[in-house]
Design a protein around this ligand. Structure first.
Ligand code: AGP
Length: 581
């Protein structure tokens, strides 16, 4: 969940600093930069956001950096990366989890190593120091150390006196950039302003960047050939531009990204449609917002006459015994790096299941292990909250559901019409949601209900509100209210009611059940209702109603965060890509 970077070339320290500021969305508990100087490594580490610090230069042509989301060891300077080996001659940054760190740490302590931090990552750098005794090069010491590591890693390491960067990946993402300097980072946003020529490392690959990068297979040590690619997006897309926050920018981009979502290569769309029609069992899996999109997708496919099951990726073991070569897994993920999801996919592949994915990051781990992948084309989503990627997922799922009935063009038209309607909705809702946020900012609980396709919309609405405003919000199926939760409704409890034409009558009665117990009813529908204390009007988008229902709540969540003085782009305790289980 961290952001790591390494630079080899001019102004390395400044570039590392700049890159970390961009990677901060991957984790922002603490940060650090290290570079080799005449009397050892110069290391700067701080708790807090790197965006609050000023860059510095060093004249060094090598620098490594890290922005952390804590896993092992609390948030502190000593646990911040980069970590130095005990002899101070090796510096390392790491993203991932060393599952066998305790036993390695114990054996190193028995050999006299003294550890300064509580992290699993410091085990790697000291293991490399130990291997330096027996190996004839720094890179071989790194490689032999990694062969003993169980778990996931993306590392960048430097050895004093060796004018080279050594980096490697297994389970956590790492990408090389080929500009006037060589870059290695968790994702390409860190250096896309410098170059779009990249190489995405595969699992079990190590790269030695000396005069030029050379790629090696970690297991065999053999050099392997590689081909670079050209990124399809640009630096500006990863910037806030005229917006105060990425969250507002990415909400505002949705009328554009929806149209891009349904521009899918025909051969890929046909391939996935055919798999959907021919597979005996179909499971839609994801985490968080992507899982909510899976639930929405199950309604779309049901309307198309296709039964699919949705499973939380982290609960996938429940269905593993029912998979075979006639099973299709459709995995949804913005980052394509979510560990819970990748773990589920790997076990599904072992059972012979076909893997399809809907993903936003090109060449992400998920994309590489899929038999067929549809890209969301939403451009980089920097805000920790998923907004545009969620509605892009919905659009692609709608396209697939229509494609099953041979009506892909109808879906594209529906999404196009929806995109133009929500453009107006976004601009007209901002001030309304800002004033509603004023009313709700001091509430302790908010309940959201919906029926049919508005049920996953209710789940997603609750997640948006919770993760950015820290107000407890619960989303649930409208009819479930009377089976328990209604006990929590009291005078003034805010309840958001999401309506679609198909479910309006029933969900209105659920609203009245709450209103009669004192709830403040905020209704979202294409027309007003006297039962609502606050009416939010959204355009009628037919089978794409769930997309329009998302917009006002995304804006409400955003303004709730602002009213509470919170950073909507970097909520506490979160990170953009959850690369640990
Ligand atoms: C959504 O707002 C959250 N940031 C989180 O639930 C996210 O959707 C989840 O971690 C899955 O991420 P992915 O789509 O990159 O797999």
């Amino acid at each position: 969940m961290c952001g790591i970077i390494g630079i080899k070339g001019n102004n390395a320290t400044e570039k590392a600093f700049f890159g970390l500021k961009i990677l901060e969305y991957r984790g922002y508990d603490s940060w650090g930069v290290a570079y080799p100087s005449n009397n050892g490594f110069s290391v700067t580490k701080k708790v807090g956001h790197i965006s609050n610090s000023e860059p510095f230069s060093s004249g060094s042509n090598i620098a490594i950096g890290h922005t952390r989301w804590a896993t092992h060891g609390n948030v502190s300077e000593k646990n911040a990366h980069p970590h130095l080996s005990m002899d101070g001659k090796i510096a390392l940054v790491h993203n991932g989890i060393v599952e066998n760190f305790a036993e390695i740490k114990k054996s190193l302590i028995e050999k006299g190593f003294i550890f300064k931090s509580d992290t699993d990552s410091e085990v790697i750098v000291n293991l490399i120091q130990e291997k330096m005794k027996s190996e004839n090069s720094f890179e071989e010491a790194v490689r032999k150390s990694l062969l003993e590591i169980e778990g996931s890693f993306a590392i960048v390491a430097v050895h004093l006196g060796d004018d080279k960067l050594v980096c490697a990946r297994n389970g956590s993402p790492l990408v090389l950039g080929f500009g006037d300097s060589y870059f290695v980072a968790s994702d390409a946003t860190a250096f896309i302003g410098e170059t779009k020529k990249v190489y995405f490392l595969n699992d079990n690959e190590m790269v030695v960047i000396s005069l030029e990068p050379k790629v090696f297979d970690i297991s065999s040590g053999k050099e392997i050939s590689f081909e670079t690619k050209e990124l399809t997006w640009n630096f500006e897309q990863a910037q806030k531009g005229q917006y105060p926050h990425f969250m507002l920018k990415e909400i505002s981009e949705q009328s554009k990204t929806l149209n891009l979502a349904v521009e899918q290569p025909k051969e890929k769309l046909d391939e996935l449609t055919s798999l959907l029609k021919s597979s005996e069992k179909i499971f839609l899996i994801g985490c968080g917002t992507s899982y909510h999109a899976c639930i929405a997708g199950s309604y779309f496919f049901s309307n198309a006459g296709l039964h699919v099951e949705t499973v939380l990726a982290s609960e996938f073991q429940r269905v593993e015994n029912f998979l075979n070569e006639k099973t299709l897994i459709v995995a949804l993920s913005q980052s394509g790096e979510t560990a819970d999801l990748l773990c589920a996919i790997k076990s599904a592949k072992k059972k012979g299941a076909k893997i399809a994915s809907i993903v936003n990051v090109m060449d992400s781990s998920l994309m590489r292990i899929s038999d067929v992948s549809l890209l969301m084309n939403a451009g980089p989503e920097i805000c920790v909250l998923s907004t545009k990627s969620y509605t892009s997922q919905l659009a692609i799922l709608l396209l697939l559901a229509y494609s099953i009935a041979g009506k892909a063009n109808e879906a594209k038209q529906l999404v196009k019409e929806t995109a133009s309607k929500i453009e107006l909705l976004i601009s007209s809702s901002e001030s309304e949601m800002e004033s509603l946020a004023e009313k709700l900012a001091d509430k302790k609980n908010i309940f959201i209900i919906g029926r049919g396709e508005a049920f996953p919309a209710a789940l997603e609405s609750a997640l948006k509100i919770k993760e950015v405003s820290y107000i407890h919000a619960e989303g649930f199926a409208g009819a479930e209210l009377k089976h328990g939760t209604i006990a929590l409704i009291e005078e003034g409890t805010p309840a958001i009611v999401l309506c679609t034409p198909e479910t309006r009558a029933e969900v209105l009665s659920n609203a009245i059940e709450m209103k009669s117990r004192g709830a403040l009813i905020i209704g979202v529908d294409s027309k007003e209702h006297s039962e609502f204390d606050f009416n939010i009007i959204v355009p009628n988008c037919g089978n794409a109603d769930i997309i329009s229902l998302a917009i006002p709540i995304q804006l409400l969540a955003y303004y709730l965060a602002l009213k509470k003085g919170l950073d909507p782009d970097k909520p506490r305790n979160l990170a953009k890509s959850v690369t640990v289980k």
